[in-house]
Design a protein around this ligand. Structure first.
Ligand code: THU
Length: 162
């Protein structure tokens, strides 16, 4: 038996004041975007902001449904929107923030597994790593440079080839 170990480098910022101004602005935008979530079932509001390399900023918030699986996470709303309106642009940053109507979210949230897979698809389509920032309503902020930090051993298009 052989084995290998996978490690990820996650940057941890103690608060948004440690971020560079541009990232602080993107986080502020993600927080405002979370206000627009449609989350009557979970009360958990998520905002995702994409900074595109053409200078555009795109947003998405989670959109829930009474048939729960029919809803969609903020990250995928934003990414599918990007693929729709700017099919030739790539995102440099994905910034995620959240809030809850039930409690104070004092730690970062990280994207769900399905969103990680979708982020991986766009990253491979765009051919460059996306810097992903993850925040709660307050507290530390995590950052990774590329989805590999959150989704090691991802299933990729190569696996479909001989
Ligand atoms: N949610 C997101 O939008 N993004 C995440 O990264 C985690 C979870 C949403 C899905 C659902 O509407 C609510 O948060 C609770 O899971």
């Amino acid at each position: 038996m052989k084995e290998f170990t996978i490690t990820s480098k996650v940057e941890v910022y103690s608060s948004e004041s440690e971020l560079i101004q541009e990232e602080r602005d993107l986080l502020q935008s993600a927080r405002e975007t979370a206000d627009n979530a449609y989350a009557p079932y979970s009360g958990f509001r998520v905002g995702a902001v994409l900074r595109m390399d053409n200078g555009e900023i795109l947003t998405g918030s989670n959109q829930e449904n009474v048939a729960y699986p029919s809803g969609l996470c903020a990250e995928r709303v934003a990414l599918f929107h990007a693929g729709t309106v700017f099919p030739s642009a790539a995102a440099t940053h994905l910034v995620i923030a959240c809030q809850s109507v039930n409690f104070e979210v004092n730690r970062p949230i990280t994207p769900c597994g399905a969103c990680r897979q979708v982020i991986a698809e766009y990253e491979s389509r765009w051919g460059k790593p996306i810097r992903i920032l993850m925040a709660g309503a307050k507290g530390e902020i995590y950052a990774v440079n590329g989805i590999g930090g959150l989704l090691p051993l991802a299933f990729e298009a190569n696996e479909l080839k001989r």
